[in-house]
Write a protein that binds this ligand. Structure first.
Ligand SMILES: *[C@@H]1O[C@H](CO)[C@@H](O)[C@H](O)[C@H]1NC(C)=O
Ligand SMILES: *[C@@H]1O[C@H](CO)[C@@H](O)[C@H](O)[C@H]1NC(C)=O
Ligand SMILES: *[C@@H]1O[C@H](CO)[C@@H](O)[C@H](O)[C@H]1NC(C)=O
Ligand SMILES: *[C@@H]1O[C@H](CO)[C@@H](O)[C@H](O)[C@H]1NC(C)=O
Length: 506
């Protein structure tokens, strides 16, 4: 156990021993001091697990995105530290806290205190992770900013980065979960963040008066929910030019307004939910416009383009990046373009989404969990070698389990995966109601000969509640129309743009 303070650059290095050995390297940058001070770094060892760190520019605090052991916040001005630990983790509490004299909190009572003074000057901050084999070099990407801007996209107006997250991240440092929603889905954001603990980019569909509850929901989440929302979530707004809201509050107002947290959450307020503009006007949900907005604006190289009701297994960003950094599997070195597929599961209403594969396998055995959409459309989401995957025990770390292709029985596969912004986009003419909304992307991935690398210890779980098939004649009619649109118009275009390959269909 040791803790060292270093000179004027306020670097703190501390290492916590035993076999969960978490090394955090924390450095805040003031004045003219250089970025790194390596003196005294004597306690590396092979078991060191590094948690990517992020600096909150406005608040001068640090959080690791995902760490195996705990979460720490360091106030770099006073060097006062807070550790947040899961209540049930008695063993780890002892390991982590021996010799530690800061504040210790458990996850349940977590309200991270971010009310410290702001950084003087506001200079560029240096990278906060010093890897032995550089992840930065392994990824090699360009940093992006979160400047807000207004732009048109086909028939839609888009307010990009309308409310940006407060942390600043390097493009190689973590992964962004990118998604889309209307305000009624925002109850998923906290449980999602609890597991993901890394940036989220979300495009909100706000036609007409739906903008009001959406703004209320953003304010509610930033003021009354987990502090992770303000730190990690970037909200974008979009609406059709035929359904422009009467007014749009300035983002400054949203950031400064306080909120009465004893009021009911906007997505539970029947005043809002029973009179949704989108429903009253029978608008289709432009799912792929939202998907593309959220994905393109992600500031990280790797993105997980997902649906907000799908919660990832915890620790995924750090485990994934560690796999990328090590690059010690032949599948990772092949020249083909690649995406990293996450198998998807559902759990029943009474169960919590499992925290790791070991628990997931137990739940699959006793029937409290099942593969996603098993009861709706088992072909659409089944993953190559899924039976074997479900028989394989959890091992440490993250690896490629199997390399699949979108051919044969998986010819109509719509996988959810970690990829990058170089992957084909989603066709913005397709709506959620019309179905098949990810099929055209799947076709392009197939023609471009993508490898679908299925990960061994990572997965997605749908919010609790098992879906059963319900007939919806409006959707069926729209789906039939969509199929015609895809066949007659979109497929011929895709053939021109991406070409063809034997075994690939939409
Ligand atoms: C906050 O909301 C609660 C519940 O709606 C209400 O009773 C209370 O008066 C409100 N407080 C303020 C300061 O508006
Ligand atoms: C999975 O989670 C359970 C419950 O938190 C825990 O007891 C178990 O050790 C975990 N398994 C692994 C392999 O980490
Ligand atoms: C199923 O297994 C999980 C994980 O072991 C357990 O938490 C749950 O209580 C079990 N449920 C039933 C109905 O057996
Ligand atoms: C988490 O800690 C366990 C030991 O407690 C270790 O086996 C595992 O590899 C660690 N996971 C990550 C992602 O670092």
């Amino acid at each position: 156990m040791m803790m060292m303070m270093m000179k004027r650059n306020y670097a703190v290095r501390l290492s916590i021993g035993l076999n969960i050995c978490v090394l955090l390297y924390v450095c805040a940058h003031f004045g003219s001091s250089g970025p790194w001070s390596e003196d005294g770094a004597t306690n590396w060892d092979n078991n060191v697990v590094q948690a990517p760190l992020v600096q909150d520019n406005q608040n001068n605090n640090i959080i690791p995105f995902s760490s195996n052991a705990s979460e720490r916040i360091v106030d770099v001005q006073t060097n006062k530290e807070t550790i947040i630990i899961e209540k049930d983790d008695k063993e780890k509490i002892d390991v982590i806290t021996s010799g530690f004299d800061g504040v210790i909190k458990d996850v349940e009572s977590t309200k991270i205190n971010l009310q410290t003074e702001s950084v003087p000057g506001g200079q560029e901050s240096p990278p906060l992770v010093e890897s032995s084999i550089s992840l930065q070099d392994a990824i090699g990407c360009k940093d992006k900013n979160l400047d807000s801007r207004v732009s048109q996209r086909g028939d839609y107006w888009v307010l990009y980065n309308y409310v940006p997250m407060t942390v600043s991240v390097k493009c190689w440092e973590t992964i962004t979960y990118t998604t889309h929603a209307d305000f009624t889905f925002l109850d998923n954001l906290e449980p999602l963040l609890e597991r993901w603990r890394a940036p989220v980019s979300i495009a909100m569909y706000t036609p007409g008066t739906d903008i009001q509850p959406t703004i209320e929901a953003i304010k509610y989440l930033r003021n009354c929910a987990s502090p992770l929302v303000a730190q990690l979530v970037t909200f974008h707004l979009f609406f059709s030019s035929k359904h422009v809201p009467k007014s749009i509050p300035s983002r400054e107002k949203i950031l400064s307004d306080s909120y009465n947290c004893s009021a009911v959450a906007p997505w539970l307020n029947s005043l809002y939910t029973t009179k949704m503009y989108k429903n009253e006007k029978k608008l289709l949900y432009p799912v792929n416009v939202g998907r593309n907005i959220a994905r393109e604006t992600a500031v990280t190289h790797y993105v997980l383009a997902s649906d907000i009701e799908l919660y990832p297994s915890p620790d995924l960003p750090s485990r994934f990046l560690e796999m990328i950094r090590q690059r010690d599997q032949p599948e990772l070195l092949k020249p083909n373009p690649k995406v990293f597929v996450l198998p998807i599961f559902e759990v029943d209403e009474k169960s919590k989404p499992p925290k790791n594969k070991t628990l997931l396998l137990k739940m699959l055995k006793n029937g409290t969990a099942i593969p996603f959409h098993k009861k709706v459309c088992s072909g659409c989401h089944s993953v190559p070698k899924s039976k074997e995957w479900m028989e394989e025990k959890e091992v440490a770390g993250l690896h490629v389990y199997h390399v699949g292709k979108r051919t044969g029985v998986f010819i109509h596969w719509e996988p959810i995966f970690i990829g990058t912004n170089l992957d084909p986009m989603y066709d913005e003419r397709l709506s959620w109601e019309g179905k098949s909304d990810k099929m055209t992307q799947g076709y392009a991935l197939c023609v471009l000969d993508y490898d679908f690398l299925i990960l061994d210890n990572a997965f997605l779980v749908h919010r609790p509640g098992i879906k059963i098939y319900k007939k919806d004649s409006r959707r069926d009619a729209l789906a039939a129309k969509t199929n015609v649109l895809i066949k007659k118009i979109i497929v011929p275009e895709l053939r021109v743009i991406y070409g063809t390959r034997k075994g690939c269909v939409v």
